[in-house]
Design a protein around this ligand. Structure first.
Ligand code: SF4
Ligand code: SF4
Length: 377
């Protein structure tokens, strides 16, 4: 066991409970001052997490390819192309999911158009409630691509960049403003209006229009996408940190989560490796409990911590026992998988997964998707 000399106790250290303000010393590890008791067991959280990210990315690519063939089937009439619409594509329709959730809560009836959008939204909110914002760091394909981009940026530029606080804090508020706008718009729609919207040609093929947006990317959209890619190379999780309203919703749900990153002061050696590793730039080394809505439950901080029982993700601790309530990464992985397959499996077996739109309707409107106007126009 490697040891370092014990120099002093933790007296005088900054120990805040809630702030997620990045510390000035984030980028420079402090000198360890306490005896290091090295971790006994290897940490496999990142292998597990990357496995989930890869599997979900592949699942999305498979669903996307099936959906593309289904659209092409109606556009070209080629019978050899796919005829089955993969309802999972509705995971990319979070606003439809929000509208349908309201419809379900107010009427008690499961919506028949884009029901999978609702079940997927509920699944991801449930994951956020139980396991922090783990959807963002374990499942979301956009989060995965963002992570690859900032890692690539770190290779290219030898570092990632942080915006100054005066820019970072207001920009982080942007995603909440976007979320507030969508929630306000949906809250003001009566259930009948939601039903009418979903049954309109525009609502029926919202997913086709989204696909076409990327298939026929306009010049402005391509420039915006290019700027986002460059910003994501430079700044960790640029899209997720500043612009993703879905992530903002999940972050708010995660504030209610009983599971939190907790640091044990007595075993922590103040090396600051956790704060340096945190992609959300949270001052993990200075807090006892991470309560921030920005914490994605990625466990990067736990993975790099060298000290035994210094940093864990755990349930509330009722006693002083350092390991009480500790949640091993495999339990989080199993929990995420159970919620995902459990809720999706329920929707499928109960007959609520696929919408009730006859192919005849799709045959008429899919080839003219871009001519279909918004019902409010
Ligand atoms: S590194 Fe730790 S504190 Fe930072 S986002 Fe991941 S789990 Fe949360
Ligand atoms: S929690 Fe672990 S990584 Fe973070 S400062 Fe303490 S010993 Fe270092």
């Amino acid at each position: 066991m490697a040891t370092l000399p014990q120099v002093e106790s933790s007296a005088g250290r900054v120990s805040r409970e809630t702030s997620d303000t990045p510390p000035a010393a984030n980028s420079a590890p402090k000198t360890p001052r306490k005896k290091l008791v090295r971790r006994v067991n290897a940490d496999h959280s990142q292998q597990l997490r990357r496995g989930f990210q890869t599997a979900f990315l592949l699942l999305n690519l498979w669903v996307g390819a099936k959906f593309y063939l289904w659209v092409r089937y109606f556009e070209s009439g080629t019978a050899s192309l796919g005829r089955a619409r993969p309802a999972g594509v509705e995971g990319w329709l979070p606003i439809a999911g929000l509208m349908n959730t309201k419809y379900w809560f107010t009427t008690g009836h499961v919506p028949v158009i884009h029901p999978a959008a609702m079940f997927l939204l509920i699944t991801f909110v449930a994951i956020a409630f139980l396991f922090r914002k783990a959807f963002c760091s374990w499942l979301c394909p956009v989060g995965t691509v963002s992570e690859y981009l900032w890692r690539a940026g770190r290779q290219i530029f030898r570092r990632n960049f942080h915006l100054p606080r005066w820019t970072d804090i207001p920009l982080r508020g942007l995603k909440y403003l976007l979320l507030a706008f969508f929630v306000w718009a949906v809250a003001n729609m009566p259930a009948e209006a939601i039903d009418q919207f979903m049954r309109s040609p525009y609502g029926l093929i919202a997913d086709v229009r989204m696909l076409n947006f990327f298939r026929y990317l306009g010049e402005t959209a391509a420039i915006v996408l290019g700027i986002l890619v460059i910003a994501s190379l430079l700044i960790q999780n640029f899209w997720c940190r500043y612009l993703c309203a879905y992530g903002a919703l999940l972050g708010l749900a995660s504030l209610l989560s009983p599971l939190r990153i907790r640091r044990t002061e007595s075993t922590c050696i103040d090396c600051a490796k956790c704060a340096k590793a945190c992609p959300s730039n949270l001052p993990v080394d200075r807090l006892i409990t991470i309560k921030s809505a920005e914490c994605t439950g990625c466990l990067e901080c736990v993975a790099v911590c060298p000290a035994e029982r210094a940093l864990d993700i755990s349930l509330p601790q009722w006693t002083k026992a350092p390991h009480e309530g500790r949640m091993p990464p495999w339990a989080i992985a199993i929990g995420i998988a159970l919620l995902f397959f459990g809720i999706v499996g329920y929707a499928k077996t109960a007959g609520h997964w696929n919408g009730e739109v006859p192919n005849l309707i799709y045959q008429q409107i899919v080839p003219h998707a871009d001519e279909v106007g918004h019902p409010a126009e």
